[in-house]
Every structure is written in structure tokens, then in C-alpha cells.
Design a protein around this ligand. Structure first.
Ligand code: ASP
Length: 442
């Protein structure tokens, strides 16, 4: 059996085994097996998979973007690639968020729950919120203006080391982009630097190949923890309709919208490409983190998905940081659902505000677990402002969906990584590597 097939098989076994173990063993014995505040499955999953993968993210982002940019060389070509990439990110995120908004306003998962169920949901939710400091701090701090400033500050970093140490990849990407341009412009005098970065990239990818073998046990533990904490029965609880709305939206985006976009702009078979990207997609599903998945995404895109280094070395790190189709869609559904639950009807203008701010909130969300849940406060406060005191959704409402967030996070992170991968494939057409074979439709 080929190594990649063996690895795929092991990851599938890990995921399915994790879900079953979580549902049938952990879900029942959960409280007994805690270590401090954490659960042993989560801690071990973090130790053997999330931390080793995350360790590689910042060096990989730096080296990968420098290599991509130096290979492109010409600033005008880079401008074309950069512009097209950003346009792709924005358009696909806007489509995703619109799908979410249309679905949630038609399905109305927050209405018709019955007074008892609604009351119960709100009471437990508000208690969950009161226990969550991270959310409360975000609610006090994050407004629309602050979100813009945060993105702008990251785009103009003043200290690469502090950006790196805070795992804020955007600043590192900007620095790498400039460094890559300078290396390309330097010609002979900087050729040695280009070779060093090339070699470093190969070395880091070798590390990635080693760490990838930790994926099967890692996803087993993390999936077991998620399912063990929530329990699959939640899918038929009062939150079930809301969860299914998010899942259907994600499925439409992943299996219809992105494949159509890819067929039109890359002229390749999207489902074959989805299969080639399977390791990255499953890792995203298991880890809930597009950032931690980035090493696997780059590896799968370049080695199996036949994406060019020129495109994917640049498109994938940027995508893992700002392009979050799944998160954008999820935020729209979640926010409108909460307004419905609290009996506040949103007009068309407010829905537009949801669409725009959910896109921005998704751009600002880091590629880590539950980031989308936290940046949702931006969307809620923008809609509350627009309602101008007529009615207001309490921030504590977010607590209602905390409990089931992790399962939805697995799915939206997979869609986030799929969106990045499709972007890399499309941009390969604009920036093929010299050695990439000429386009042959598959
Ligand atoms: N976990 C997501 C990601 O890493 C972000 C989020 O929606 O919470 O892509």
C-alpha cells in the first residue's frame, strides 16, 4: 500500500474511532476522567498533534511566503496574483455568508421552539457566558472599528518577533512578502539568500512529513473529546435545527459553490482535487484549526494536488489567516439565529450589516479553535447599533451556542481549508511553476 493511502486509512480510522469512542465511552464517563480543568483526551491530542503542528506554523509561513514570492520574482506578476487572490477570498466569503443568511432567514431555526425550550436555552446559555471570561472580554473590547484597526495594525507590523511570538501570521506574511520581493530584486547579490530559503523550505517540509504520522492518534483523541463533551444527541435537541442549518449551508458551499468556482476558473475536476486534498481536510476536521493544519495543506496541495509552489506558498498561508468561508457562513447563521431566539426581527438593512460584518469578523478570526465564536461579538454589536435602541440582543446570548460550537467548528474549519485549497489551485493557473506540466484538463 502507498504511504499516503495508508496514512489516509489511518486518519479515517482515527476519526471514526474517535467519534465512536467519544459517544459511547467518554460521553458517559466524562466527569470522572478530568485532569484539572482539562480532559486527558484533549490534553494528549494537543500534545501529540496540535502543538507539534503549530510549532511549525510561523517558520513555515515565513519561509514559504519568501520562497513563493522569490520564485514569482516580478512585482507586477505578484501584484496580479495578490489582487486575484484577495478578490477570490472576498467573493467566496461573501457568497458563503449570503448562503448562510438566506438559509437562516428561511429555515428560522430560532423560531417556534416553544416557550419552555426557549427559556431553558437562554438560561443555560447566559450561565455559560457568565463562566466564559474570554468572550466577556471580547464583548467589552471588540467593536467594528477595533476590528478594522486590529487588521490594519497586523498588516503594518513593527516587530516581527512579537508578531511571531503572539502567533499572528498576518504580520509575518507581510514581512516575508517584502523580504521575498527584495531578494528577487537583488538578482545575483541575493541569490544565496534565495537558495537558503529554498533549502529551509525543503527542511521544514521534511519535518512536516514526520509530524503528519501523528495525525491518526491525534484526530482520534480530539474527535473523541469533542463528541464526548457534547454528545451526538445534541443534533436532535432544540439546537438541532440551528446546527443542521449551519451544516447544510457548509455542505452547499463546499460541494456546490466552490466546485463550480473551481471548474470555471481552474478547469479541473474539483472532486478529484478534493480527494487529493483529503489529508488536509481530515486534519482540519480533527484539529479545528486551519493554522495548525497549514503544514499539511501545503504538503497535500503541492505533492498530491499538483498546485504550483509559486501560487500555494503564498496563497495558502494567507488563506489560513484571512480566508474563512466556513466561519463567515457560520457567523451569519449563528447571529441571525440568536436574534430570532430572542424575538428580534431583522430588516433587510440589518441582514446586510450581518453579511458585511460577518465577512470582516471571519477575516479577523485567527485560524484556531472557536475563534469564530469570539469574533461574533463584532457582528452582534454592529447589528445592535443599527437597531438603535429599539431592541438589543444581550451579548450573553452567545452562551446559547457555546456548548455545541466545537462540532460546528470541526465542519467550518474543514470548509475554510477547502476554500484555501481551491484558491491555490485556481491561482496555480496564474502562477504555474516552471516545471509544472502545461494545463491538461482532468
Ligand atoms: N476554527 C476555525 C479555523 O481555524 C476558525 C473558527 O471559525 O473558529 O479555521
Amino acid at each position: 500500500m502507498k504511504k499516503t493511502n495508508l496514512l489516509t486509512l489511518l486518519i479515517v480510522i482515527g476519526l471514526i474511532g474517535g467519534v465512536l469512542f467519544g459517544q459511547f465511552v467518554l460521553f458517559k464517563t466524562d466527569p470522572a476522567l478530568r485532569i484539572g480543568d482539562e480532559h486527558w483526551t484533549k490534553m494528549t491530542g494537543d500534545l501529540i498533534l496540535i502543538r507539534p503542528l503549530t510549532l511549525m506554523v510561523i517558520p513555515l509561513v515565513l519561509v514559504s511566503v519568501v520562497v513563493g514570492v522569490t520564485r514569482i520574482g516580478d512585482p507586477s506578476k505578484l501584484g496580479l496574483l495578490g489582487g486575484s487572490t484577495v478578490l477570490y477570498y472576498l467573493v467566496t466569503m461573501l457568497i458563503a455568508v449570503t448562503i448562510g443568511a438566506i438559509l437562516v432567514t428561511n429555515v428560522e431555526p430560532g423560531k417556534g421552539l416553544g416557550p419552555d425550550a426557549a427559556h431553558q436555552l437562554k438560561a443555560t446559555g447566559e450561565a455559560q457566558y457568565a463562566a466564559n471570561e474570554q468572550l466577556q472580554q471580547a464583548a467589552e473590547r471588540d467593536s467594528l472599528g477595533a476590528a478594522w484597526m486590529n487588521i490594519l495594525y497586523q498588516m503594518v507590523p513593527q516587530n516581527i518577533v512579537s508578531e511571531a511570538s503572539e502567533t499572528r501570521p498576518l504580520g509575518v506574511i507581510v514581512f516575508a512578502l517584502l523580504l521575498g520581493l527584495a531578494i528577487a530584486a537583488g538578482g545575483e547579490s541575493t541569490a544565496a539568500a534565495a537558495r537558503i530559503f529554498d533549502a529551509l523550505f525543503e527542511a521544514i517540509m521534511r519535518l512536516v512529513h514526520w509530524v503528519i504520522w501523528l495525525t491518526p492518534p491525534g484526530v482520534f483523541l480530539l474527535a473523541a473529546w469533542t463528541v464526548g463533551k457534547i454528545g451526538l444527541a445534541e443534533l436532535v435537541s432544540p439546537l438541532g435545527k440551528y446546527m443542521v442549518t449551519v451544516l447544510v449551508g457548509l455542505a452547499i458551499h463546499a460541494f456546490v459553490v466552490l466546485p463550480v468556482v473551481m471548474t470555471i476558473f481552474a478547469r479541473r475536476n474539483p472532486f478529484k482535487f478534493m480527494w487529493q486534498m483529503r489529508r488536509a481536510l481530515m486534519t482540519a476536521f480533527g484539529t479545528d484549526s486551519s493554522s495548525a493544519t497549514l503544514p499539511v495543506t501545503i504538503d497535500a496541495a503541492e505533492n498530491e494536488g499538483q498546485c504550483s509552489k509559486r501560487a500555494s506558498n503564498f496563497v495558502l498561508p494567507l488563506g489560513a489567516t484571512v480566508n474563512m468561508d466556513g466561519t463567515a457562513l457560520y457567523e451569519a447563521v449563528a447571529v441571525v439565529f440568536l436574534f430570532q431566539l430572542y424575538g428580534i426581527d431583522l430588516s433587510f438593512t440589518e441582514l446586510l450589516i450581518v453579511i458585511i460584518t460577518a465577512t470582516l469578523a471571519a477575516v479577523g478570526a485567527a485560524g484556531i479553535p472557536s475563534a469564530g465564536l469570539v469574533t461574533m461579538v463584532i457582528v452582534i454589536s454592529a447589528v445592535n447599533k443599527s437597531l438603535g435602541g429599539t431592541a438589543e440582543l444581550p451579548m450573553a446570548a452567545i452562551g446559547v451556542i457555546i456548548g455545541v460550537d466545537r462540532i460546528l467548528d470541526m465542519c467550518r474549519t474543514t470548509v475554510n481549508v477547502w476554500g484555501d485549497s481551491v484558491g491555490a489551485k485556481i491561482m496555480t493557473g496564474l502562477a504555474p511553476d516552471e516545471e509544472t506540466p502545461a494545463a491538461v484538463p482532468t
